[in-house]
Ligand binder design. Structure first.
Ligand SMILES: [Zn+2]
Length: 275
């Protein structure tokens, strides 16, 4: 692999939006308006994301970090206008969260699977650095990017200040990690909260039923739409049952002890003490 263009996989998904995938499991979204573009997340930080974005749009770009997990804020420092919810920041700094599965783990898995990196990238020294000068956005805010209004929704549970972006006119919600890899849930990291997650699913169900969205785009999985959105009810009910002690689980080792539930055929990981 010799260029950053080969590293990223850019897909036009309609309504002036793009999904930018890298390393199979990381996904960012670029929403383009007449005056500005909103980039939701910046991925793992391996290729020249800024160069890629500059090749796609000729308007100023605001980077919204949906939350501060490392695989959403790589390369954030390449952008001069970066915003996030205050619960995901340390002052004006966006500090990548150290998850049980970190950059070094992913690099090792990626190479073990026989994959390569762009030229000039050194996997041995790879890490995701903090970004400074990060501004505030808050739930309830509407961002006007020119002919296109985007509403911010607070969707905690996976992360305390995680924000989803609603394009009401397109009936699309960009939900980041609200549903995770393989359409399961990751609720086993520091900052995760099962009860918050139940409330988040309640509010998403209400928003969907009010016609707010018909498609839910995700960072680590393909979109959910149509009948698949009934997963929202299944997860809400399943997490409530887990909180009430009415759902069986297995205690597994993910570097730390983790509860593994199965809800609607999907894997849901929580901390051993789910409160
Ligand atoms: Zn995350």
């Amino acid at each position: 692999m010799n260029s950053t263009d080969e590293w990223y996989d850019v897909e036009a998904i309609g309504d002036g939006s793009y999904r930018i995938a890298e390393g199979v499991i990381f996904g960012s979204y670029l929403l383009v308006g007449d005056e500005r573009a909103l980039l939701i997340d910046s991925g793992a930080g391996v290729g020249d994301l800024r160069g890629l974005i500059d090749g796609l749009v000729d308007v100023p770009v605001t980077l919204l970090a949906s939350h501060a997990h490392w695989d959403h804020v790589g390369n954030a420092a390449q952008f001069d206008d970066v915003v996030a919810d205050e619960r995901e920041r340390d002052g004006d700094r966006l500090v990548p969260s150290g998850l049980a599965y970190g950059p070094a783990d992913w690099v090792a898995d990626w190479e073990a699977a026989g994959n390569s990196f762009p030229d000039g990238f050194d996997p041995r020294t790879f890490d995701v650095e903090p970004t400074t000068g990060v501004g505030t956005v808050s739930p309830g805010e509407t961002i006007d990017i020119g002919g296109r209004e985007l509403e911010l929704f607070h969707v905690p549970g996976h992360s305390p200040g995680q924000l989803a972006v609603l394009d009401r006119e397109a009936a699309v919600l960009y939900g980041a990690d609200v549903v995770h890899n393989g359409h399961g849930l990751y609720v086993h990291f520091e900052g995760c909260d099962v009860r918050d997650y139940v409330n988040t699913f309640d509010r998403l169900i209400e928003l969907r039923d009010d016609g707010g969205f018909e498609t839910l785009y995700l960072s680590h999985a393909r979109a959910l739409a149509g009948d698949d959105l009934s997963l929202l009810e299944a997860f809400r009910d399943g997490l409530e049952a887990a909180l009430d002690g009415e759902l069986d689980y297995e205690l597994i080792d993910e570097g730390v002890p983790v509860r593994e539930y199965e809800i609607a055929g999907k894997t849901v990981l929580t901390k051993p003490d789910i409160g």
